[in-house]
Design a protein around this ligand. Structure first.
Ligand code: BGC
Length: 781
């Protein structure tokens, strides 16, 4: 956890299509050197706002304008390598546009008062923070939220986060993170919605709506910040901050859609990413930040860098600090997070002709507009009401929502002979290094979440099963025995220790405990700090001696239930082959323990489905369901040598995208198409009857995939294009209908035009991306 510093201060579809500009075809006219010209004057559809900002801009000195670009880390948390200094002096001089990491109504009020009362123009500050999966009431990590396949629930989590954050002094949240990630070595896979661009777009929209609501001036909504623009999740080798490099067809079809969806949903701000795109770091990439984002997508908010991302263009090899500052401003950056490059160099750059005052005015207008849209000029203190904080933060309704949302995030990966739900066993061997942990329950980027308020699984079992169940506990293993890793994790609030006993002694104790119990529930996985930022792992199996522990427990012959806590897909081949049941719980938030216990004892029937592929072994990654067929697809024939395959492992995932079991079972009828031929502007419907054939009421995520069989460029073997989450009582059945519109059949061709190409298509329906039934149809001219 990052709470290390005490309060320092005073206390498309990608709709752009046809006219897409490739990098290098810059369309931004060179700005002229006047104070306020017509290009700057009327950018918005709100004449009142334009008048207000014009007046204000006219009063501002160049230094004051540049001051608005400065975003400082002030307060409780450290989220990067440097921390802002001379904060009060800079604020007094009008050299700060916003701060992040300062919250609580009193702290925010003090700082806002200081800014408003001590500066010449009394411009209020923005107050930002990494509210990523809840603010004080913490929800499952974003990857866990995504496995709910429930957009209403995801939106609700963001809306509650906005209620709490706005009551706690904040007006701006650094979320949603919508980076598509296909490499589970990358620790930040935990922060996003998985590997699929269409699904990620639905989540992006829901999050923006949840945070911003319909009216940003309300005191219970906050401005969202889309991040990290762009392609940050494609870091080579899954190593954080590493280079990305990809073709335009992949970028447009498989990575950009969620960013575009958030822009279409009206997101107020965008954060640049650390990586390069086509050889130019995102933070200095004019094609990305101006041509694509603003000119093609019509984004009209402001762009903030990620933490010191302008400074980092120096080691990227883009020039001196002053030069990369110019590059960033010209590319379309409006706010400089922590790095103070703009503050240090831009005034001089104007004198020397490196940038123009017009460019500065344009960026300054965007920052001021954000403050205007939030209503800060009307009332700078609208987010600092102590009474609202007292009645809003962690209220019972939010805690209950956290439990409910946590239920929905869990994915049942295996359940041999209905091991789960537990049938009120007399005694449970509760074993594993995560069984009693509270710290890990709230996951990474847990904002102002208080882990001491989080429910451990042990506590949850006691709360849910009461005295009917005897718990026999043994730790069994450390999460990791790697002392270097523990040091690193603890430097950021990991709260981990290494048990003084030997691995053998811990395992022996666990085996003894298991032998004297009816069922084993092992709670294994990662510590929360093993995912998130700067937390890539090259080995994605269970760390430390945890697998050895499981192997020893297996030998007892007792039913073996594995409860997983982790922030990424893990390679769990032995576990899949040997456990009786496996429940993926991610890091499920403040109410984790209660929610997991509810699932274990059958008070909630799990309904989550994976949004990332789980590989058998790490060597298969990147492994994702919507891959290309290749010219030599492997059919499974052992001696078929010259095919796309490995010698030592099959191409199959351990668990496919969309996979997740229930305590009940569902059967699917053959899908029925309304027609097998449509014209380019027509839609068709596909229907399927889904029946609950098991012994419990349950929910099923019915998934629709499409394939464009022949194209002007090769197309994936299938792509998710729809889903419906339905609740069916035992024995009940429902007809699910999907409408396949022309938009769902389009893709970006090699000219980056969004097209529907007539020809053969396939539609697949099923409960996951692998187990589907297919039908064919044709699109004709
Ligand atoms: C992260 C961002 C985060 C920012 C502010 C950066 O290091 O990449 O996701 O919003 O810090 O804390």
């Amino acid at each position: 956890m990052r709470k290390v510093i005490i309060f320092l201060i005073l206390c498309w579809s990608l709709g752009c299509s046809q006219n897409v500009n490739r990098p290098g075809s810059s369309t931004v006219s060179p700005a002229t050197n006047s104070t306020v010209n017509s290009q700057e004057a009327s950018q918005s559809k709100d004449p009142q706002m334009d008048r207000f900002i014009n007046d204000l801009l006219a009063k501002m000195t160049l230094e004051e304008k540049i001051g608005q670009f400065n975003l400082l880390a002030v307060g409780f948390d450290v989220t990067g390598p440097v921390v802002s200094k001379n904060v009060d002096e800079n604020i007094r001089k009008g050299k700060v546009g916003g701060v992040f990491n300062t919250f609580t109504p009193s702290a925010a009020r003090k700082l806002q008062e200081f800014a408003v009362n001590n500066t010449r123009l009394k411009i209020p500050l923005l107050f930002g923070y990494d509210v990523v999966h809840g603010h004080r009431t913490i929800f499952p990590i974003p990857l866990g939220l995504s496995t709910s396949w429930d957009m209403a629930v995801i939106e609700k989590s963001a809306q509650i986060a906005a209620e709490e954050a706005s009551a706690d002094g904040l007006n701006w949240v650094f979320s949603p993170m919508v980076d598509i990630a296909r490499d589970p070595r990358w620790g930040r896979i935990a922060e996003g919605a998985g590997e699929d661009a269409w699904y990620g777009s639905q989540v992006a929209k829901a999050m923006v709506k949840g945070y911003q609501g319909n009216d940003l001036t309300k005191n219970n909504t906050v401005m969202a910040c889309l991040k990290h623009f762009a392609l940050y999740g494609a870091a080579e080798a899954g190593r954080d901050y590493n280079t990305t490099d990809m073709s335009f067809q992949r970028m447009y079809n498989e990575y950009l859609p969620p960013y575009k969806a958030a822009v279409d949903a009206g997101v107020g701000s965008v954060m640049t990413s650390f990586n390069e795109i086509n050889g130019i770091p995102a933070t200095g990439n004019k094609w990305l930040l101006t041509e694509l984002l603003r000119n093609n997508w019509g984004f009209n908010g402001f762009v903030v860098t990620d933490y010191t991302a302008i400074n980092e263009m120096v080691p990227h090899g883009m020039g001196t600090e002053a030069e990369v500052g110019n590059l960033a401003l010209k590319a379309g950056v409006d706010m400089d997070m922590v790095g103070e490059v703009f503050l240090k160099h831009l005034a001089n750059s104007v004198k020397e002709g490196g940038v123009t005052e017009t460019e500065i005015n344009i960026a300054c207008r965007r920052v001021l507009e954000a403050k205007y849209k939030l209503g800060l000029f009307q009332d700078p203190y609208r987010y600092t009401d102590e009474n609202r904080a007292a009645t809003t933060i962690m209220k019972q309704e939010f805690i209950e929502a956290s439990r409910d949302i946590a239920h929905k995030s869990m994915v049942l990966l295996k359940n041999k002979t209905n091991t789960l739900p537990l049938k009120q066993p007399g005694s449970i061997a509760l074993i594993g290094p995560l069984a009693k942990r509270q710290r890990d329950m709230i996951g990474n980027w847990s904002a102002a979440g208080d882990w001491e308020k989080a429910i451990s699984l042990e506590q949850g079992i006691r709360n849910v099963a009461g005295s009917k169940v005897k718990i026999n506990y043994a730790k069994g293993a450390n999460i990791t025995d790697d002392e270097q890793m523990i040091k690193r994790l603890n430097a950021h609030g990991g709260n981990l220790d290494i048990d003084s006993r030997s691995a053998e002694a811990m395992i022996q104790e666990a085996v003894k405990v298991a032998r004297s119990s009816d069922v084993i529930v092992t709670v294994v996985g990662e510590s929360q700090g093993m995912t998130g930022e700067a937390a890539s792992r090259a080995d994605i199996t269970l760390p430390g001696q945890q697998l050895e522990l499981l192997k020893a427990l297996k030998k007892t012959g007792k039913p073996l239930v594995i409860v997983l806590m982790n922030g990424r897909p893990l390679a769990l081949k032995w576990e899949e082959q040997n456990a009786d049941a496996i429940l993926e719980t991610w890091f499920a938030g403040t109410q984790a323990g209660n929610a997991i216990a509810d699932v274990l004892f059958g008070n909630y029937n799990p309904s989550g489905k994976l949004t990332t592929t789980f590989p058998q072994v790490v060597g298969q990654v990147p492994l994702f369901y919507n891959h290309k067929n290749t010219g030599r697809p492997f059919s499974g024939e052992l001696l078929d040598k010259y095919k796309s395959r490995y010698l030592d492992v099959t191409n199959e995932p351990l668990y496919p995208f969309g996979f997740g079991l229930s305590y009940t079972s569902f059967s699917y009828s053959k899908p029925q198409l309304s027609t097998t031929t449509i014209k380019m502007d027509e839609s068709l419907q596909v229907k399927v009857d889904v029946r609950n054939t098991g012994n419990y009421d349950g929910e099923e995520v019915v998934q629709l995939y499409l394939q464009d069989v022949v194209g002007s460029i090769t197309r994936p073997v299938k792509e998710l294009k729809g889903f419906q989450k339905i609740a069916l009582k035992k024995g009940e059945s429902q007809t699910v209908t999907f409408n396949i519109t022309p938009d769902l059949l389009k893709f970006y061709n090699n000219n980056l035009e969004l097209v529907l190409e007539p020809g053969d298509f396939r539609v697949f329906i099923g409960g996951n991306s692998r187990d589907v039934q297919a039908e064919n149809f044709k699109v004709i001219k």
